[in-house]
Design a protein around this ligand. Sequence first.
Ligand code: ZN
Ligand code: ZN
Length: 424
Amino acid sequence: MNVALRVTAEFPPPDLLGAPSRTRDRPCRPIGAAVPGNDPMLPDGRAFRHPGRSIGHREATPRPRRGVVQRIAGRDLIERIPRAATGGYWWAMRPRFFPLLVNGRTGDPALHVDLPMERRALMFDLGDVSRLPPRAALRLSDVFVSHTHVDHFIGFDQLLRLLVGREKQLRLHGPSGFADRVEAKLRAYTWNLAASFRADLVLTVTEMHSRGRGLRTQFRLTRGFAREADEAVALADGVLRAEPSLSVRAAVLEHRTPCLGFALEEPEHVNVWPNRLAEMGLAPGPWLAGLKAALFRRMPDETPIAAMGPGGTRHLPLGVLRERAVSITPGQKLAYVTDAAFTPENRAAIVALARDADILFIEAVFAARDAALAVRRAHLTTAQAGGLAREAGVARVEPFHFSPRYGGAEAAMLAEVEAAFRGA
Ligand SMILES: [Zn+2]
Ligand SMILES: [Zn+2]
């Protein structure tokens, strides 16, 4: 068995904008270098944080997501180690989500979240995306639009321009009325030559309404983007996407128009302890896949698992292996909340959505002193954003959507969020 390999320092996060498949063999490269002027938003709290710019993770209770990655038989498995041993905040396992605010904290909202393991990306909001390299835009499989105020949706045209002529399926998700807005955008252009295109662009649009209801429709280039039949869809618990490797849930917030907040989550991880396997006379091997599958399916403790070791195969109860050979840690969670009035209903919905997130991107449009203005515009202040992050128990908060009126005062805005986040 190979020895444990600590990878936090040397683990090379992927080239965010166009992540290669073999990320682990590449040197680290700050994402700020890829898109100058960006805030580094990697969830790895160490390597990519600009001193003083990214704010806090609480020093309080250790979270069960910190540990080292162990390489076993060519595969990376994850173990938990005490936080104290790491000397700082970092993600326990290989980070799966690589978020980047395309326009920093002050420009139009647009959060690109790369999923290097899946060679694709998600986008939350679609403000101006002219700074997003085409490679990063082409990786998008899903775009989640909170609402269609112009600063959140003007990037649709830029994305459309890039995708026309390529074979591509893109899912767009938004609030009530969203399909009409997409249709209106598409109608603004002339598609008389579209039928001659060999590569089709298919846009699937899902609207989330309240109470688990929704609507889905489709537009395809080769049909001149004529709107296809609307179909009612059930979105139980606000889940817009449910895939084996991730889910995206939304909550309808009030911004004097319905506005969606989002939570991106991956399922829990089963982490194998190789030293404990060895103590049990077992060895890592393909049988671990069966063990993990049984755990994910929550099969009964007495379920026999064919476990392999140097002495051959033994059938051990699932419960014994769970107790002695593995630990189960929650998956990573990223929440994205913007454009919401500070109402009791919104506060409750935001806290529930962002609960225990590893990282919360939250609007902080106005300074704390301008709370009255925030009420009039149905936005949050820095202090409100920090307080909500604290209440939700998130590990890290990343405020954005600062009003341009505070130009040059980003540090002060961050300090206000951080003070509220720490309960000062
Ligand atoms: Zn808005
Ligand atoms: Zn806005």
